[in-house]
Design a protein around this ligand. Structure first.
Ligand code: NAP
Length: 345
């Protein structure tokens, strides 16, 4: 009898322990599953829209500025994979050659070229265009991607504040010098890589060059707003030519763009801050998707003067739709870069 009671107590205890184990196991399993689901779904979501449409770019000539690293390099790589002839327009020819070699080996596309183009020097831009025109009769896509962010105040060789000079004025001159080829090659496209930072931007008409006071964040936002204003004015001027001009925000992307931001570039940040941001930051490959979409999607052939993000049309800031400021900026940009000035090299 006593043995029986013991047995039944034991089996009760066993059942209870067993139930608890099953409970904890299933709770752990569910939580882990949920965590993985949320993590990967969230990560996928943070990586943004993907341009998955297969296109064949054989025969198309494309220029990508700042193509030796980051978003530009991934853009060049994907266009090369799709058969395009790619000109990597970079300031540092050694870094450019290294990137080109990697792209050619991977894509087996030999029509990838490195050419020097320092957007902080109007002479270098003019030289690049003159040499390009000697080599190619057509240009189907111009991707104005290169950029500098939040650097200490310095000037281009033409005396323009560096962020405005590289991000906007350099690309303004480059684009205008290539318009004849783009028109001749129509349908063709101009893609300006701007940023969400344009929504914080203001065009400082009283001190565009930040001569009186300089704030690196404001100067960056101003240059990125200039990208969108330029896009809209350009699209208007190109009406009826079958050359389109669009701007985009690539997302928050893990690239070298933060090279001047001390906060992100020390040992402590590498250890503690970056891992916190990591799930919310795109890889360079994913950061290139909107550029590729705007540059290549056949459905966008006639779409112009727009702003995109995550492979979707997005609303631009009210400041970016200010027609008067766009006209003013165009006039100043023309004065500072003199695109109609012919220089023989
Ligand atoms: N990463 C982001 O989160 C983010 C967000 C919004 C917008 N964007 C925009 O995306 C574009 C690409 O940036 P990224 O993130 O890929 O940055 P990145 O990794 O720093 O690449 C920038 C590229 O621009 C080139 N460049 C800089 N100054 C130049 C000059 N004077 N002449 C010619 N090329 C020059 C750089 O060349 P070097 O290697 O020789 O310096 C590099 O190839 C930029 O316009 C940026 O404003 C980026």
């Amino acid at each position: 009898m006593i043995e029986n009671i013991d047995n039944s107590a034991n089996s009760g205890l066993l059942t209870l322990t067993g139930n608890r184990t099953v409970f904890w196991l299933s709770l752990t399993g569910t939580t882990t599953g949920l965590a993985f689901f949320v993590k990967w779904e969230l990560l996928d979501l943070m990586q943004g829209g993907q341009f998955t449409k297969e296109t064949n770019e054989t025969g198309k000539v494309v220029i990508v500025t700042g193509a030796n690293t980051g978003i530009g390099k991934e853009t060049a790589r994907e266009i090369a994979r799709r058969g395009g002839t790619v000109y990597m327009a970079c300031r540092n020819i050694k870094k450019c050659e290294e990137a080109r070699e990697e792209i050619v080996l991977e894509t087996q596309n030999k029509y990838v070229y490195c050419r020097q183009c320092d957007l902080a020097s109007q002479e270098s831009i003019r030289h690049f265009v003159a040499a390009f025109k000697r080599e190619q009769e057509h240009l189907h896509v111009l991707i104005n991607n290169a950029g500098v962010m939040r650097c200490p105040r310095s000037l281009t060789s033409d005396g323009i504040e560096l962020q405005l000079g590289v991000n906007h004025m350099g690309h303004f001159l480059l684009t205008n010098l290539l318009l004849d080829l783009l028109k001749k090659s129509a349908p063709s496209r101009i893609v300006n890589v701007s940023s969400l930072a344009h929504t914080r931007g203001e065009i400082n008409t009283g001190d565009l060059n930040s001569d009186k006071s300089y704030d690196e964040g404001k100067a960056y936002s101003q240059s990125k707003l200039a990208n969108v204003l330029f896009t809209r004015e350009l699209a208007k001027r190109l009406e009826g030519t079958k050359v389109t001009a669009n701007a985009l925000h690539p997302g928050v992307v893990d690239t070298e763009i933060i090279r001047h931001m001390a906060f992100f570039n020390n040992f402590f940040a590498g250890l503690f801050v970056k891992p916190l941001f990591w799930p919310f930051v795109k890889t360079p490959r994913n950061g290139a998707q909107t550029t590729l979409y705007v540059a290549l999607d056949p459905e966008l052939e006639k779409v112009t003067g727009q702003y995109f993000s995550d492979c979707k049309l997005k609303e631009m800031s009210p400041a970016a739709t200010d027609t008067q400021t766009a006209k003013w900026l165009w006039a100043v940009s023309e004065k500072w870069t003199r695109p109609t000035m012919i220089k023989v090299h």
